[in-house]
Ligand binder design. Sequence first.
Ligand code: 6CS
Length: 312
Amino acid sequence: DSWKYAFEESLTEVQGVYATKFKEEIEKNSDNEIQLFPYGTLGESADLMEQTQAGILQFVDQSPGFTGALIPEAQVFFVPYLLPTDQKHLARFFRESKAINNDFKDLYAEQGLELLQMFPEGEVAMTTKEPVNSCEDLNEVKFRVMTNPLLVEAYKAFGATPTPLPWGEVYGSLQTNIIQGQENPTFYLYSTKLYEVTDYITYTGHSNFTTAVMANKEFFDGLSDADKKIVQDAAKAAFEHIVVYQDGLAQQELKKIKETKPSMTVTVLSEEQRSCFKDAAGDVEAKFIEMTGDRGTAILKQFKADLAATAQ
Ligand code: 6CS
């Protein structure tokens, strides 16, 4: 059969590297064929999700940043400082976490989606037009976030004026000064040329970009057991592939940004400078619980237990 797989990035960005490996594995191990649809071919992230739920697409990569309204618990990724910055710890967490591999699977299933894999895309950095050395510097800054209610709350707690926008509007809105800041992992700042429309990169350590690959559940449930296993194994193989692929990627891409735009100011905030961002985390966590009730509380608890269990 021929299956369609859409994602939110280009073929050479992390989601594209994942999708390419997934396709290779499927095609190597079965007679099925995967057709890849990178960002821009089928619409914004929300459009891809609609098409997947309608069964037009068989596979989709949608980041929790855009899944918040559909699955409120998926907003847990936006509680600041919940995820570690250490890549090895993150990989172990995504590989072994019960919250990720069991609990979230059930929540996605309720929405007609078979969750295949969640994976990290790197520490998120803020890029802005003015320097950011503390929360005060975000005062009056219209800061673009993905369309996720908890991310809006996080940036409110950081002191900014959060502006939720789909990805396609970010570059132009920075260019025309409708927004003055946004956050994304380092590789993406380079690949999408965000450095052209912002002058400061700031690392606060508050978040790691997470994404999720899933299948239309009706389609997945209709597969033979052998095909189900091929799909699941391909998702795992692609995970291990992008973990290795991302080793050193952020440093490498940051170097390219500095070479291309020597005037770019890059700052890693000190512990002291981070304190107001860290202080905001408690409020955001409380908001998460307010938004998601008992189910969110249970996920958060499991998440923390899994993070502790995979710490070394
Ligand atoms: O900020 C965004 O909207 C985008 N960022 C990444 C790293 N991937 C896709 C997403 O649409």
